[in-house]
Design a protein around this ligand. Structure first.
Ligand code: S3P
Length: 450
């Protein structure tokens, strides 16, 4: 998972104002999709700005197992020589997806309508996560799926010999499930229709259009339906991956809570299906400006300027949850420093992420002296405002990169340091997190005892 091969505790301590420019790595969601779609067209796709985090590297290796050639050129551009829709070959070994729910769920879709068999496995966290949400629709295409009870990983998929297109309403708000179905629909004849009641990130739809697939999107009384014409000939692309708003969230929120901070975070993807956190922070009173707003590769982007701010608690509406689903851990940190209560509703999907994120945050924050209430689908943080937050704990991160980064950011502003039990999972999504934060002025160190 990283240069460290055993749990690596890290300490975060009160820091002086954060200053400077934070160049954030590429978007994780778009990086996975670039590799997979690149592998599904004949010819060469070039990807600039690919996230080189472990999750995405695992997907790159997996695409090679399915027969594509994937290579990093000396200038950092990734080249994928794809095999075409329906052109995957059978992997010789099990596909190790590491920590990545997105990787495994999208890849299962991409091979489920091709007559090959593949076994997927992952780390301890991924092996606990529910897979029925993808195997249920993939079975309807004609695939067979065999896993541990649940089903959970390790899981084997026998791709459909004669796939049929499906019409499916996704029962949980999940871009991974929607995308898995669309990728399976690529190699099915006829039209596949997937309906979502709540809008989730739409990178797959945008990218499929970019790759030349025929895709129609219609709003109706059930939500949004995406209709894909099967068996297209995809056209190779030159992709520029925007910088990840979910990673940008960590320096942005750190600047809001560390007094005197003033930072610039350039070129951040601001797709509306991803930008819910920034909207919420502005409602809390954050000094957060969008500068140089423009479009890159079909995605809206802007430079963010963020200054330390006195914040007030807010109620985050449930219909915003999908657009900031990965940002609740760091929002919970910010809310701890705000005046008054922050109420987050409609967030039960957080319970099936890399960890149960409601529980992991509630535990760590309570230990730090913040009052937290939780229910199956909600969390309330009682912000401490001018009293500040004590800290002085070692917290468990449950192999969850976002829990780890959230508490490291918190420690920059608490009275006493915060130690996390293991820094390694951060490598899955934000490999240069420590260096980037330290360059801004953050006091983050691998624990001395280590
Ligand atoms: C992702 C979708 C979300 C998100 C994950 C990335 C994607 O998961 O939490 O980090 O790239 O499609 P769900 O689909 O489970 O909501």
């Amino acid at each position: 998972m990283s240069v460290y091969n055993e749990p690596t505790p890290m300490i975060s301590q009160k820091s002086k104002n954060l200053r400077g420019t934070a160049i954030i790595p590429g978007d994780k969601s778009i990086s996975h999709r670039s590799l997979i779609l690149g592998a599904m067209c004949v010819g060469r796709t070039k990807i600039t700005g690919l996230l080189e985090g472990q999750d995405v590297l695992d997907t790159a290796r997996a695409m090679e197992s399915f027969g594509a050639q994937v290579e990093r050129s000396s200038d950092g551009v990734w080249l994928v020589d794809g095999v075409g829709v329906g052109g995957f070959s059978e992997p010789k070994r099990a596909i190790d997806c590491g920590n990545s729910g997105t990787g495994v769920r999208l890849m299962m879709g991409s091979m489920a309508t091709t007559p090959i068999t593949a076994t997927f496995l992952g780390d301890e966290s991924l092996s606990k996560r529910p897979m029925a949400r993808v195997t249920d629709p993939l079975r309807l295409f004609g695939a067979q799926c065999y896993g541990r009870a649940g089903p959970k990983l390790p899981l084997t998929i026998v791709g459909a010999e004669n796939p049929v297109p499906i019409r499916y309403t996704v029962p949980v708000p999940s871009a991974q499930v929607k995308s898995s179905i669309l990728l399976a629909g690529l190699n099915s004849p006829g039209q596949t229709m997937v309906t979502e009641q709540e809008a989730t990130r739409d990178h797959t739809e945008r990218m499929l259009k970019g790759f030349g697939a025929v895709i129609n999107i219609e709003k109706n009384q059930n939500g949004t339906s995406i209709i894909l014409d099967g068996q297209p000939e995809l056209k190779c692309q030159n992709i520029v991956v925007p910088r990840d708003p979910s990673s940008a969230a960590f320096p942005v929120c750190s600047a809001l809570i560390v007094e005197g901070s003033d930072i610039i975070v350039p070129n951040i993807g601001l797709n509306p299906t991803r930008a819910g956190l920034f909207k919420t922070l502005r409602e809390m009173g954050a000094n957060l400006d969008y500068q140089n707003t423009h479009e890159e590769g079909g995605e809206p982007v802007a430079d963010l300027r963020v200054q330390f701010s006195n914040l007030n608690g807010v109620e985050v509406p449930p219909e915003r949850a999908a657009s900031m689903i990965d940002e609740y851990p760091i929002l919970a940190v910010v809310a701890s420093f705000a005046n008054g209560k922050t109420i987050m509703r409609g967030i039960k999907e957080l319970r099936v992420k890399e960890s149960d994120r409601i529980d992991a945050m509630a535990r760590g924050l309570s230990q730090c002296g913040v009052q937290v209430e939780q229910d199956i689908d909600m969390m309330v943080i009682h912000g401490r405002g001018p009293d500040g937050v004590m800290g002085g704990i070692t917290c468990q991160t449950f192999l969850d990169h976002r829990i780890a980064m959230a508490f490291l950011c918190m420690g920059l502003a608490t009275k006493k340091p915060i130690e996390i039990d293991d820094y390694r999972p951060v490598m899955t999504s934000f490999p240069n997190f420590q260096e980037l934060m330290v360059a801004l002025g953050a006091n983050l160190n691998i624990s001395k005892t280590h």
